[in-house]
Design a protein around this ligand. Structure first.
Ligand SMILES: [Zn+2]
Ligand SMILES: [Zn+2]
Length: 84
């Protein structure tokens, strides 16, 4: 009855969806912060974090920011993987 270790993978890039034109812009995921906004590659408009979200990565991508992933991993007792 071996217990498998579970891992949470830390992403290095995320596609953030512009809330003005819908275009996805690729951005680096910062290692120790939660970005509050980003400027679109296509229309140049700024998308900010909604008040109900942690940051633009948590709000507008299919992943989460690194601090959130680390917190989640700790709360579930999981080990988290460093980015490759
Ligand atoms: Zn845009
Ligand atoms: Zn976040």
């Amino acid at each position: 009855m071996g217990r498998k270790k579970q891992f949470i993978k830390i992403p290095s890039l995320a596609n953030i969806k512009c809330q003005h034109c819908g275009k996805k812009s690729r951005r680096k995921v910062p290692e120790d912060s939660s970005p509050p906004y980003f400027d679109c590659d296509k229309c140049g408009k700024r998308t900010s974090t909604p008040v109900t979200s942690c940051c633009i990565i948590c709000a507008f991508t299919n992943t989460k920011c690194v601090p959130s992933l680390v917190m989640e991993a700790k709360s579930k007792g999981l080990t988290f993987l460093k980015r490759q």
